[in-house]
Design a protein around this ligand. Sequence first.
Ligand SMILES: Cc1cc2nc3c(=O)[nH]c(=O)nc-3n(C[C@H](O)[C@H](O)[C@H](O)COP(=O)(O)O)c2cc1C
Length: 313
Amino acid sequence: MQIRPVKIGDITVPNNLFAAPLAGYTDFAFRKLCYRFGAGLCFTEMVSAKGLKYNNEGTRALLYKAPEEKNTAAQLFGSDPEILRAACESETLAPFEIIDLNMGCPVPKIYKNGEGSALLNDLPRAEKIISACKKSGKTITVKFRIGVDEKHIVGTEFAKMCEAAGADLVTVHGRTRDKYYAGEPDFAEIARVKQSVRIPVIANGGVFCRADAERMIEKTGADGVMLARAILYDPHVFAEIRGESETWDIRAAILQQIEDMLPVCGEKFTVVQMRKMASFYIKGRRNCAQYKNRLFAADNLSALRALIDEIFA
Ligand SMILES: Cc1cc2nc3c(=O)[nH]c(=O)nc-3n(C[C@H](O)[C@H](O)[C@H](O)COP(=O)(O)O)c2cc1C
């Protein structure tokens, strides 16, 4: 695929390989790794707009942005246009120029609250949310699925609504809500979404390697791709797609992530987070299951570092 910059409203990001929002994973230290391997734009995990309103400590911690991160987008979910607008205007989100609105989360708890993918059933509300957020003066992007199920495909209609309401870019996950993460994305519907709007369209779903990225662009004509589960196992995939030959030193990457997190998150959180991340990175290695158990048993930093040294010796 052609690697090229993407213009999102007044902001130009260096390339069209995006690192998806991933709840529990895409913190600043992981995003740093993704940028290092060549991601053009990263996203925070989804954060509740209501949580921000009530100044929830946990929510603010999820939104730490390192000074060297330039354009990272903060992702919000919610259903109340004014609460979402207030979140966009909040002090906590001041470091973020780009706000991404989650209109695709399939999780029942979110869906039942009329948030995430429930908005695929309620275009007027989704439109009010986007135009309210736009009034904050931020650059607004929207991530949505193609519908809640096969009988209710709304991709093009939804994309047109996003554009009309002022969205600066859309990311379309080419699966319906009921499929969660299973199966091939619907390339034809993503292609129709791309055809239906003038704002940039980023395609998401099932991109795990360079060939997948090529196929996604070829079949959909999208302006770029967003990778999600692939980067949990291998954030270096960005370099592979870019055709860069540098391999990655997983041990050094994990140790760097630990160093980056410690001063911001403290030892306890860093250990919990990094044993979770490391258990993804070791997938496919010899003795993986055994190492995974040992990783989860490591309850302090020196035990974790020693185990990382052993695994990657
Ligand atoms: C563990 C996990 C956490 C996720 N968290 C979010 C999230 O916070 N916000 C969001 O918009 N999508 C989230 N997603 C969905 C992904 O961003 C992406 O749309 C989906 O995994 C499809 O892409 P893939 O086939 O490349 O994995 C999550 C997915 C997974 C597996």
